[in-house]
Structures are given as C-alpha cells and as structure tokens.
Design a protein. Structure first.
Length: 110
C-alpha cells in the first residue's frame, strides 16, 4: 500500500509540535544508523555495538541541531525533517566543521 506524498506532507504539517520533534529525533537516529553502516561498509570491519551507539548519539545531536536550525529559519516542517536527516548523516563531520568555523570567527574578532 503506497501513501501519496500529499498525504505524508499533510500529516507532517499538521502534527502537534511534540510529535514533530519526535519525528526529528527518529530521523536523526536513523541518520546515525545510516552513517555507521556507510562507514563500516567502506572499511569492511566487524560491527561493534559501542561504535554504533556512539555514532547514533553524535548523529542524534547533530540532527537535532539541524532540525532546530531549519525550524528557526522558518522552513516548512518537511524541510526541517530533511535537514535533520542530512545533518545527522553528516554527524561528527558536521560537528568538526562547525567547531572550526566557530573558532575561526572568534579568533578573528577578539
């Protein structure tokens, strides 16, 4: 049974706010799982639960930041979910980039 894109968009746009943030969390965690699987497939290593949990926690954090950033800039709830998913898949790469960018700005403006 296929759901139409319009139905999914209506569900997302008309969800109560706590449900929306729960969806952002689910997208963020899923992005962490995807990132862990992508990294393991590239390196062809044995899977370890501790590494998976660590990646999921980092990705959930970055996905939440991405969803919050998108929401605060007035994007639609659907775009906030997309942003959360992308940011969570980037995970620690995004955090390192933001960290370097933030401290580069503070060093230029003492």
């Amino acid at each position: 049974m296929a759901l139409s894109p319009d139905l999914l968009t209506n569900i997302i746009n008309h969800s109560p706010e706590p449900v929306f943030w729960l969806m952002v969390g689910v997208f963020s965690v899923w992005g962490g799982v995807v990132r862990y699987l992508m990294d393991n497939q590239r390196r062809r290593r044995k899977r370890k639960w501790t590494e998976a949990v660590s990646q999921i926690i980092i990705s959930a954090f970055t996905g939440f930041l991405g969803g919050l950033y998108s929401f605060e800039h007035g994007n639609s709830p659907l775009m906030a979910l997309v942003t959360a998913g992308l940011c969570s898949t980037l995970g620690s790469t995004l955090l390192h980039w933001l960290w370097r960018r933030f401290f580069a700005l503070t060093e230029k403006n003492p």
